[in-house]
Design a protein. Structure first.
Lengths: 271, 365
């Protein structure tokens, strides 16, 4: 097959989703954000939700998400995305509303908004990028920073006696009656990317069907903040982050998987 | 619902007026002395009739950010609180102003600082008129002095907010919120349809049809020259508001030798004092600013050309008096009288203050 043949539309097997515009991303090489952005663009296209989707961007590295995915966006104040999403969805119930938040945004300054939106069972999807660090402000400790992990505000490693324990906030959301789907995924391998895509798709579907709050945590790397190469960061994530934040479905009342029941994961049907 | 005359509290009038105006959403959090707004809305269940969304948020922070989100979609949305709660809302108010979003915020003021008291006050004048949150912005600030104005200013506030794409605030004191008066409620207006919103608010974040580029509501701009342009655009809006929207009411100013400036409920107490003073042959007039921002600077400056002195009366430690002095620019003496801590001056105290500051009119001197 010649190069010209390869370029023919009928031979295209994979391409950049049309909603992912050509803007150069400000994300560091190796960052997980770009992959998740691409998944969102793909899913919105595949579900035909271009004119129904409203994204709520956070404060943090993904503050500029609106520069890359060509849907309507609202840039929220730090931590307030779930409150913003609540009003957007209630006032526009036929829209697909999702938030995109990091661990500083969702698990520190926005803890209250996160828990209460999920507890009300707002029909929104929450995409939670957990890399255990404040990326945009230069690598400070976040609530999900692991014990012993070095950051600019825990230069000798996070100490439990000083800073408390890493906060597995997603586990807290499992116990709320308002959540219908809570899962923890990653995007460090092709297989993991496929699983994350399926999870986000399920979350968006739940939001459209009014099933309650869906939460997709994506355990991620911040190789710049972690001071590692992208490859080292992926290895470090698998070795350390996955221990504290294990991958898999934590709750699914919409499509309960037999495996989840076998493992004794408690599920809470939406009231 | 047709136009209707009812007896009710100022806070209740706000709730009724909001439904009848066709407001799309109210997001609130309980705090005295304004909780009747949320309570009345929950009791009236407007989601069953007009489709208005009413939500008790988990905090004032969440409530104001719900307003930011709702306003971003072009809907007519509002929140209400009292002084400590309005302090919590300031971050969100700054974002709403920066986003050039129409919204209505109601502050039924109580005494501060801190947790303060649940009794009435006007001590948030600075906060409301000088910014409150971070950055260079203004709110259109309306000061009602009657239950009727509580209802009327819901409609006026939204009309102005949408006309200029800027948040408006009703700055009411606890007296106006809690007292009962006769009020004429407007007839029910329909909420705007999605098509009407799309036409009136082409900037609204509604989900992107294939026919347009993405609508993005953001207040972030890292390029300084663009951020300065954004600021200049805001300032140009404020200039237009200053030119077009100053509102105030004058009483007995045709022949007055002395002028009182007062807003909100204390203006009515001052009017009583003025009537008593006039019965004793002392010619005192009143200017009641209705818009605290934009402030009726020119009206007061022109009065300063023909009166002997001015007294501002406020339920605070003297805040609006600074704007009166700026307007008067040293032409005549400007004095202040007020009470704090939730205590409201009575007419005889106002007369005593006139005698204190202008001893030449004191008949007992």
């Amino acid at each position: 097959m010649s190069y010209e043949d390869i370029k023919k539309p009928e031979n295209i097997v994979y391409q950049r989703p049309a909603l992912l515009n050509g803007n150069h991303m400000h994300y560091c090489p190796g960052c997980s954000h770009g992959v998740v952005h691409k998944l969102i663009a793909e899913i919105v296209e595949e579900m035909g939700l271009q004119d129904k989707t409203i994204g709520i961007a956070p404060v943090g590295c993904a503050v500029f998400a609106y520069n890359y995915v060509d849907i309507d966006w609202i840039e929220a104040a730090h931590g307030r995305a779930p409150a913003v999403a609540t009003a957007v969805k209630r006032l526009n119930p036929d829209r697909m509303v999702f938030t995109y938040q990091g661990d500083g945004d969702l698990a520190a300054i926005g803890t209250g908004e996160t828990i209460h939106a999920a507890n009300r069972g707002e029909n929104i999807a929450i995409i939670f990028i957990n890399n255990g660090i404040y990326g945009m402000t230069g690598g400070q400790m976040s609530p999900t920073t692991l014990e012993g992990m070095k950051t600019s505000t825990s230069p000798y490693g996070r100490r439990i006696d000083l800073n408390g324990y890493p906060l597995p906030i997603t586990n807290l959301l499992v116990g709320l009656d308002g959540t219908c789907y809570v899962t923890r995924q990653s995007v460090h391998t092709a297989a993991a990317v496929r699983k994350t895509k399926a999870a986000i798709k399920q979350a968006f579907k739940n939001a459209m069907e009014g099933r309650g709050t869906s939460v997709v945590e994506v355990v991620s790397t911040c190789n710049s903040g972690w001071k590692m190469t992208p490859v080292q960061a992926n290895d470090w994530m698998v070795e350390h982050m996955f221990k504290k934040y294990p991958i898999g479905d934590l709750k699914n009342t919409v499509n309960p998987a037999p495996a989840a029941h076998a493992k004794g994961v408690e599920t809470h049907p939406k009231q | 619902m047709d136009e209707e005359i009812r007896l009710m509290k100022g806070n209740e009038a706000i709730a009724h007026a909001a439904i009848r105006y066709g407001v799309d959403g109210y997001f609130g959090y309980p705090i005295t002395p304004q909780s009747e707004i949320l309570e009345t809305l929950e009791e009236l269940m407007p989601w069953e009739t007009t489709g208005m969304v009413v939500l008790q948020a988990e905090s004032e922070l969440a409530a104001i950010n719900m307003v930011y989100g709702g306003a971003s979609t072009g809907k007519a949305v509002m929140t209400s609180s009292s002084s400590p709660g309005v302090s919590l809302k300031q971050e969100g108010i700054s974002y709403i102003a920066a986003g050039e979003l129409p919204a209505l915020i109601i502050n039924v003021m109580r005494g501060g600082p801190g947790l303060g008291t649940i009794q009435p006050s006007q001590a948030d004048y600075f906060q409301a008129t000088k910014g409150g949150g971070h950055g260079d912005y203004h709110l259109i600030v309306l000061a009602p002095s009657s239950v009727q104005e509580m209802a009327d200013f819901v409609c006026l506030g939204f009309d102005l907010a949408f006309k200029y794409r800027t948040p408006a605030m009703i700055l009411a004191d606890g007296i106006v919120g809690q007292m009962m008066e006769k009020v004429r409620l407007p007839k029910q207006r329909a909420r705007r349809t999605d098509a009407e919103i799309a036409e009136q608010c082409p900037w609204a974040v509604t989900g992107r049809p294939a026919t347009r580029k993405p609508n993005i509501m953001t207040t972030l701009e890292l390029e300084s020259s663009t951020m300065e342009e954004n600021n200049r655009r805001l300032q140009a809006t404020y200039e237009r508001i200053r030119s077009n929207e100053v509102r105030y009411q004058e009483y007995y100013t045709d022949d007055c030798d002395y002028l009182i400036v007062a807003f909100g409920s204390i203006a009515r107490i001052c009017l009583k004092a003025i009537e008593e003073a006039r019965a004793a042959g002392i010619k005192v007039g009143l200017i009641r600013p209705i818009t605290l921002w934009p402030f009726p600077t020119e009206a007061i400056a022109s009065m300063a050309q023909r009166v002997k002195g001015i007294l501002t009366v406020e339920i605070n430690a003297g805040q609006m008096v600074e704007d009166v002095r700026l307007a008067v620019n040293g032409k005549v003496p400007v004095y202040y009288y007020g009470r704090m801590g939730g205590i409201v001056p009575n007419p005889s105290e106002v007369i005593d203050a006139l005698y204190r500051d202008f001893p030449e009119i004191n008949p007992e001197r």
